[in-house]
Write a protein that binds this ligand. Structure first.
Ligand code: NAD
Length: 491
């Protein structure tokens, strides 16, 4: 299968103004699966103009909330109708097992549109207490205008759905730039919006180079807000670009999330939950549990069973239903992860399993890496501090609850954490001391459209999803009505 895709601007599929295309590869064998139109400066400017015109015209923000809600529900239904095609393209593009894309990414995308379709009718202002009985004061929540969205390659469909559903529910129009390694499912959304009856120009999709089209999106004054998900490094650049125009930006960035294993945990449930926490989507997951902090009382048992579980994960082709771990997204990314494994060895780390690229058939042409577990690593070592973004876990030993908390917070990141215990009091006590935007107790990697998601410290600014995420893409207007009787004079 080789697709040729175009840019989606003002409701039409268009070639790039330079006619250039870039190749998208299947990570399981590095064959070309698509040639995608490469958005240029002219294209992104045209997309911004289209989004601005459609915002000003009121084709979307001027609809009643019930009309908007109805179209967003239709988008959700259509994602459901095309779920098989979407899951297949997502797995081919990113490399994640079809088991995951069919059961997590695509249905969660549909659920996100459903949730925000309902939330659209619940965006309310307030009646404000007035010091004058002749003045009525109330607020309304209005859309921001054009929202620019920049997304990563690891959960491209789901992250696009989260951002789009929220911004559209609030009445904004959008220009979205997918990541170059995995743009296909986001482009498929263009067809879905068209079929759902979303007016032309409300959503514009322009793949292109981050430092060119991404920067223009951040700096153009017609774009009122940037919603960015990606690395902390690029997050800094995005914020600097936005600062030039005093533009708001929501930043969902990287992580190095700890999982704290207490002595009283249910060991089998903990192993199963943390395997999911570490290896979901090949570990290419912002909130992956990659710093495992295990109490010394259960350290040996945990290691033995966790390593056994890691070895048993079924690596395979992404479209095989039995596969539980596919290839990493791109050759370059595989090299980066292998580089971290070498660094870990040089830092004195001991590998208990994995650590190797799979070179035998049928994996030889792809970017497959076996699940990798490190011990004998200090908390300050690079592999325990930096985001590796692959199936690599680091296990640290702790002697007390205090030490577990200290280790959990000993990184610059603060996206998420999990605590594994049967003791409800301990879980509550530890949760309050962890510096992270999400704390899971006896689970990991669960994100709902209804719950706010985002990071402390270097993991981001702002919250996506939930009521908080929705309101962050609106602005408040204070309206006052004077009802003074005739003849009333100030002077
Ligand atoms: P990345 O930062 O390299 O790229 C993200 C996006 O930014 C891409 O679309 C890229 O083209 C664009 N970009 C690059 N340079 C730019 C610039 N100068 N200006 C504007 N845009 C630019 O990240 P990635 O490798 O695609 O994704 C992996 C990262 O994303 C990881 O760090 C991961 O933790 C993070 N992530 C975070 C969350 C979250 O919710 N916190 C979710 C998923 C992924």
């Amino acid at each position: 299968m080789e697709l040729k895709t175009k840019l989606f601007i003002n409701g039409k599929w268009m070639d790039s103004s330079s006619k250039e295309r870039f190749k998208v590869y299947d990570p399981s064998d590095n064959s070309v699966i698509a040639e995608v139109a490469l958005g240029t400066k002219n294209d992104i400017l045209e997309a911004i103009e289209s989004a601005e015109k459609s915002f000003i015209s009121g084709v979307w923000s001027g609809l009643t909330i019930f009309e908007r809600s109805k179209i967003l529900h239709k988008v959700s239904d259509l994602i459901g109708r095309y779920s098989n095609e979407l899951a297949e393209i997502e797995s081919k593009d990113v490399g994640k097992p079809i088991f995951e894309s069919a059961n997590i990414d695509i249905p969660s995308g549909a659920q996100t549109f459903e949730y925000f379709a309902d939330m659209a009718v619940d965006i309310c202002g307030e009646t404000i207490p007035s010091p004058y009985k002749e003045v009525i004061d109330y607020t309304v929540r209005e859309p921001l205008g054009v929202v620019g969205m920049i997304i990563p390659w690891n959960f491209p469909f789901l992250i696009a759905c989260r951002k789009l559903a929220t911004a559209l529910a609030a009445g904004n129009t959008v220009v979205i730039k997918p990541a170059s390694w995995a743009p296909l499912s986001t482009l498929m959304l263009g067809g879905i919006f068209k079929e759902a009856g979303l007016p032309d120009g409300v959503v514009n999709i322009v793949p292109g180079k981050g430092d060119i089209v991404g920067t223009i999106l951040c700096e153009d004054p017609r774009v009122h807000e940037i919603s960015f998900t990606g690395s902390t490094e690029v997050g800094h650049l995005v914020m600097s670009s936005c600062a030039k125009r005093l533009k708001g930006c929501g930043l969902e960035l990287g992580g190095k999330s700890p999982a704290l294993v207490l002595p009283d945990c249910n060991m089998q449930e903990t192993i199963d939950g943390i395997l999911f926490g570490v290896y979901l989507s090949q570990g290419e997951c912002c909130c992956a549990a990659t710093r495992l902090i295990v109490h010394k009382a259960v350290y040996e048992e945990f290691i033995e069973r966790f390593v056994e579980g890691s070895k048993n994960i079924k690596i395979g082709m992404p479209l095989d239903k039995d596969t539980r771990m596919g290839p990493l997204v791109d050759k370059k990314h595989l090299e980066k992860v292998l580089g971290y494994i070498e660094t870990g060895k040089k830092e004195g780390g001991k590998i208990l399993c994995g650590g190797q690229r799979l070179k035998e058939s049928p994996f030889d042409k792809g970017n497959f890496l076996s699940p990798t577990v490190f011990v004998n690593v200090g908390s300050k070592s690079r592999i325990a501090q930096e985001e590796i973004f692959g199936p690599v876990a680091v296990i640290l030993k702790a002697s007390s609850e205090e030490e577990m908390i200290k280790l959990a917070n000993d990184t610059s990141y603060g996206l998420a954490a999990s605590i594994w215990t049967k003791d409800i009091k301990a879980s509550h006590r530890l949760a309050s001391k962890i510096e992270a935007g999400t704390v899971w107790i006896n689970l990991h990697n669960f994100v709902f459209p209804s719950g706010p998601y985002g990071g402390y410290k270097d993991s981001g600014i702002g919250r996506e999803l939930g009521r908080e995420g929705l309101l962050s893409l609106t602005q408040t207007k204070n309206v006052m009505i004077g009802l003074f009787e005739p003849g009333f004079k100030w002077y």
